[in-house]
Design a protein around this ligand. Sequence first.
Ligand code: AMP
Length: 433
Amino acid sequence: MPFKSLGLHPLLVRATRELEYTEPTPVQAGAIPPALAGRDVIATAQTGTGKTAAFLLPVLHRLIDLPRGVSRALVVSPTRELAEQIEESCRKLARHTQAKATLVVGGRPMGAQERALRAGPDVVVATPGRLIDHLRQGTVRFDRVTALVLDEADRMLDMGFLPDIKRIIDRLPARNQTLLFSATMPPVIAKLAGDILRNPATVQIGRRAAAAVGITQAAYPVPAHLKTALLRHLLGNTEMPSVLVFTRTKHSAKKLARMIAADGFKVAELHSNRTPAQRTKAMEGFRRGEFQVMVATNIAARGLDVDHITHVISVDVPDVPEDYVHRIGRTARAGAEGDAFVLVSREEEGSLSQIERQVGQRLPRVTLPDFDYSAAAPKPTHKAGPALGTGNGRKSARSGHRPPGANGPPKPPGSGRGNPRGGPPRPPRPRHG
Ligand code: AMP
């Protein structure tokens, strides 16, 4: 299929020909037609798939015949290097048009960027931090920007840019098209997409064969003393119909089960302190769906075969990578799909790296925008502390947790969106494919 058949402006087709793009890559073939039609697009595509041209070509096409001197498109990318590449690609693809792009990244004089922005370049390619600096100074406005591109959204999330992204979006009153590109689709990105995209066309490219089929994995960096609070936050704010929670010790499994039960969840426990009869009862009850949550130690990781487990959450990082693989293998059984989250403290990063080597991929790091990561560690004099394995914590210092009600399940996704800025992730379950 030639580029011409995508409906692109002839001047852009000419540029692709000169760049020796003989035919569109899959992400281009998937994203360009809906984007040309003005639709929002969410694309899962990694670097090297041709994703840059996949968003630049439709953006350029839509502004090519409009008057110059107005910034109509904003491309936000996580790093200066990536932004530079995007700007360079833009220049190449727009070489036969009058459209201009400018680069707004850190480490360069603000003044020159300000002047460039005032001239109204058609496309602004920026990193979030520097863009926010300009917005704060109030010298530039983006009130005629209609198209927003978020590139490598998962990396921006890893780098802590999510609040900046939301701030930037708030400053784009004319935005009527958003293209979101991400190498992976962790829950927070799926949530962001749900919030900011309207009826998006979905493009899914380059799924890694090495990743466990059907399992979406993510790592949640968190200080050790806040792990319990984060787990309760996740349980309380994400739709998780059937969750298997792993802890390192039976002691912490027991404690955690009690705490989650106090939050109103139906919980089963599976560890070596339980009698065979208790274990069978727990297993059967979990299988039948009587328990929404099962808290277990590694003994449950092997052999537990329950089809409907939607989430596996490891509150500690297993020392042995194989244990991790067995844990996450409890979800996505029988061709179903599932999410596997691991809460990782700084001390556990080494073990996580080993796991990443084992599974052949770097797990996306997920930071929850509305969770207080700076909450203090419990005072040593305190009897009850929230940390797993560091005390017999009964209550989190601050969890932001919404109790699901006496026996009720957590709210379904999409409900309770009353808090547009701070809403915790109640993601549609992120799906590959
Ligand atoms: P990207 O994934 O955007 O970083 O692009 C990776 C490389 O593929 C870049 O060097 C592009 O110039 C090149 N490229 C993009 N689209 C095509 C295409 N349709 N055919 C051949 N090369 C392409």
